[in-house]
Design a protein around this ligand. Sequence first.
Ligand code: GBH
Length: 469
Amino acid sequence: LDTRPDAITHRFPPDFRWGTATAAYQIEGAAAEDGRTPSIWDTFSRTPGKVRNGDTGDIAADHYHRVSEDIALMRRLGVTDYRFSIAWPRVQPTGRGPAVQKGLDFYRRLVDELLEAGIRPVATLYHWDLPQELEDAGGWPHRETAYRFGEYAQIMADALGDRVATWTTLNEPWCAAFLGYGNGVHAPGRTSNLASLRAAHHFNLGHGLAVQALRTTLGTRSEISLTLNLHAVRPDSQDPADVDAARRIDAVGNRVFLDPVFRGALPQDLIEDTAAVTDWAFVQDGDLQIASTRIDSLGINYYSPSLVAAVAPEAVVPFTEPSPWAGAEQYVRFLPAPGPRTAMDWPIDADALHELLLRLRDDLPGTPLVITENGAAYDDYADPQGEVKDPERVAYLHAHLAAVHRAIEDGADVRGYFLWSLLDNFEWAYGYSKRFGIVHVDFATQRRTFKDSARWYAEVIARGGLTAE
Ligand code: GBH
């Protein structure tokens, strides 16, 4: 390990937070243990045709039974922080009423063991696993769900309090609202533009109610945050029509959450773009004020950019396919970005992350930023010595960390980086066919093996920065 100062080409601030990230449904397994009831993802994955190869999260990486082993992996990595999510149906199986002790105990033990290991717990309350009973009662398009979420946040604030360093309310409400209720690629698999917009609003409201519960209970003793998957959207040309196509995606992909949360208002252009879908009458007086309850930082998940162009005016026809872009879909074409791609077929573009961070530096002055997810799926392979090689992942991570470093130099207040993911896991609609881990998981034996990228990340953390490559 070369720790000579002059070997380091990109040195991060000394208090920079280095983490890995996971989510409950993707790693825990134990789907019916200790009182846990089905979430919308259990129902969805058990519905034939929804998830590749019929995979489910029933066992996943069996993390529920391997907490100590997985924390030992993080010790070897040397991470300062660990971002995990809490499965709502473990804690409150019907989404209402008192908590289940055994569910709380699991997360208490996780948090205690992290603290003993000197790793800061960063907990997300909602990474997409809504209790099925709440979906049956109407799900996120239904206003009540936001209030149930606020109550669940209160339960968790009371149970774990400030032993959790950072509380994140929601992970990627865009995916949950627009892939879950818009194009139906994610649970619960509903396909309605109106439902997706109603869901988006109730995520904003539920987020605000959760922030209020956390803040009232914890004051400033924990950091309170929200994680968005912001779309780094680029117009194909500077033609005003293409620029306007990018504006539409920015409105329904990014500002639909950013504006309520940071400005207490819906974007005016989004209201106009979606006029044929809704008049937004489901937004009640005071909702946007609740949504904008002050938070301490913004989490950003970034993987790849989108390249868009305008549909020629004479070609604009009513759109009939299910879409996650309510009100924009008939006006916008998504183009394949040039250049290399990951195993997800997502284009690789670290400059787009740098641009996104500078945009947030300018749009949200005074808001600390944290990269709460970044990483890549690749098919890694074992060499004859059994070492798991993943050079493309190392190259991806190096390029993106260098982009974060450049953004910090340019004045973006980026406080930390969480690598997605600690472990190979259940990759949603792709099941186990895509591997994002820096630790390989053999799902037949649950054996964990460091990939080269894990060794590389441990060196980056130990050095506090990147070397030339
Ligand atoms: C994250 O989702 C999740 O938080 C995490 O659980 C997951 O495992 C990980 O990333 C890897 O997928 O939808 O047409 O705009 C990221 C989901 C994927 C959403 C890329 C935006 C861009 C194509 N993002 N997607 S589009």
